[in-house]
Design a protein around this ligand. Structure first.
Ligand code: CUA
Length: 174
């Protein structure tokens, strides 16, 4: 039994043991606030960026979201545009060769959705009027389902698609 805290005097009627835990909690808040500040401003950790502001009523009428899907932009590098709407994604399937670095742009034409690709760190909020963007390198063959992570209505649970990561030349439309 070790009681090595300051003389056990009662301060404002607070038990020393309780006071120490209160001080510990406050210290934790200070530590967390400091870490979040460092991560946000010094290390550049950001929430999925607002890439562009768009008009949700017309965004799918012209430009890349009018023909959503995969485009090759360099050797081993792709970009994919995905339109989210209640209750589906367009496209529902994206196929890339293994090792591809894919930048994914997603926007919504109606309400707020989510876009999370299982087993990756891609997890974005999709807000109408904004384009969310994240990049990921698919270095493992397999199927990576993407799902809606924001409740958007009655068929929210049916809102999903899949990224198929394949060996180059193993079929598909390349
Ligand atoms: Cu879209 Cu839930």
């Amino acid at each position: 039994m070790s009681v090595e805290q300051a003389p056990a005097k009662k301060t404002m009627g607070v038990d020393p043991f309780e006071r120490n835990w209160m001080l510990f909690s406050i210290a934790l808040l200070v530590v967390f606030f400091t870490l979040v500040t460092i991560a946000g401003f010094a290390l550049g950790f950001q929430v999925p960026g607002v890439e562009t502001e768009v008009d949700p009523a017309t965004v799918a009428d012209s430009g890349p979201f009018a023909s959503p899907g995969l485009r090759q932009i360099a050797d081993g590098e792709y970009e994919a545009h995905v339109v989210a709407r209640t209750f589906s994604y367009d496209p529902r399937e994206i196929e890339v060769p293994v090792g591809s670095k894919v930048t994914i742009y997603v926007t919504s034409v109606d309400v707020q959705h989510g876009f999370k690709i299982q087993d990756t760190n891609i997890n974005m909020q999709i807000v109408p009027g904004q384009v969310s963007k994240l990049t990921y390198t698919f270095d493992r063959v397999g199927e990576f389902p993407y799902i809606c992570t924001e409740y958007c209505g009655i068929a929210h649970a049916a809102m999903y698609g899949v990224v198929k990561v394949v060996q180059p030349g193993a079929g598909g439309d390349g």
